[in-house]
Ligand binder design. Structure first.
Ligand code: FAD
Length: 290
């Protein structure tokens, strides 16, 4: 076990300087619900941990341009209890609600869920389907990165040394649009997704789908943003033929692993079943969100 240095800086700039200057393994500590478990099991042995929870402004959900900016240290439970966010992005909240127990959600953050880079992370598919954008701050300044571009492989992100996610922006909800996320797990709670599907879609006045983003989780090394799935439903009223095409496209987009929690065959099949179910739920919400 290496000696551990713990720092809780008061500014983002100081946090970036600490992380950028670290010689060995360094980790941001947000809720700690992944990183502390990994340290306990010696999966990671950082020499430096930088706690970002004491940085003012990082723990807020602020309205912005019709959408919401969620600070990187905001606990998941505060998102679940935020009426405006629940109304605008129910599918994102479907995913956030699934992160562990109430106690885990009292600590866990969506930025941590994203940066842990697990392909099974529950908030990441709906955030990507929503077109959420992460604001990243690092030694070279600030940049905006689509959430879908942050995880690059299991446990790895596209963030450079010293970079931290400061906040995640959820855009304004388009008129007549809705989103939804569902996952399959062997147990009803406190389990890891075997397959997850998020869909965000928009319909026109006559009920025809005019835009869609379909994102699959836990079926490949990273989330899969599937153009083919979107094409299957855009231009349709999500009738049986369109849902059949969507299910086939979702199954075809899977590149899953075979493990004790689900075989490849099972995951491929369930992706199609869930895609259908989630599309109908998003459609129902689109009919009611105006
Ligand atoms: C009992 C239990 C049940 C769980 N169930 C689920 C579940 O059902 N679904 C699910 O998706 N997850 C689940 N998790 C995993 C975990 O709770 C989530 O991934 C959580 O969202 C992680 O957030 P955190 O703030 O605790 O991250 P942390 O543990 O603080 O950090 C996670 C990783 O992200 C990095 N990081 C954190 N914040 C930032 C930032 N702002 N910028 C850059 N890097 C950052 C850290 O360095 C670390 O590598 C569970 C965990 C436990 C302990």
């Amino acid at each position: 076990m290496t000696d551990l240095r713990y720092e809780a800086p008061a500014t983002l700039e100081a946090a970036v300087a600490l992380l950028g200057g670290a010689g060995g393994v360094a980790r941001v500590l947000a809720g700690g619900t992944d990183v502390i478990v990994q340290m306990e099991t010696e999966l990671v042995e950082p020499e430096l941990v930088v706690d970002i929870k004491k940085i003012p402004g990082l723990r807020a959900i602020a309205p912005e341009n019709g959408g919401f900016r969620v600070g990187a240290a905001t606990p998941a439970m505060e998102m679940v209890e935020h009426a405006g966010l629940c109304r605008a992005w129910p599918g994102v909240i479907d995913g956030v609600k699934l992160i562990g127990s109430i106690q885990v959600k009292g600590r866990a953050t969506i930025a941590g869920n994203l940066c842990n880079a697990s392909p099974a992370a529950d908030s990441v598919p709906p955030l990507a389907a929503a077109g959420a954008v992460a604001r990243v701050v690092g030694p070279a300044g600030r940049r905006e990165v689509e959430v879908a571009k942050i995880p690059v492989s299991p446990g790895k992100t596209s963030l450079a040394k010293g970079e931290i996610i400061e906040s995640i922006f959820l855009p304004a909800r388009a008129k007549n649009s809705g989103d939804a996320y569902e996952r399959f797990t062997p147990r009803t709670e406190m389990d890891i997704a075997v397959v997850g599907v998020a869909i965000n879609l928009t319909i026109d006045g006559s009920g025809v789908c005019v835009a869609a983003r379909v994102v699959l989780g836990a079926v490949a090394p990273t989330i899969v943003v599937s153009e083919e799935c979107a094409k299957a439903i855009v231009g349709t009223r999500l009738d049986e033929a369109a849902l059949e095409k969507l299910a086939a496209a979702a199954s075809a987009a899977c590149r899953p692993i075979d493990d004790k929690r689900g075989t490849i065959e099972f995951r491929v099949k369930v992706a199609g079943v869930l895609a259908r179910r989630v599309a109908l739920k998003a459609l129902e919400r689109a009919r009611h969100i105006v």
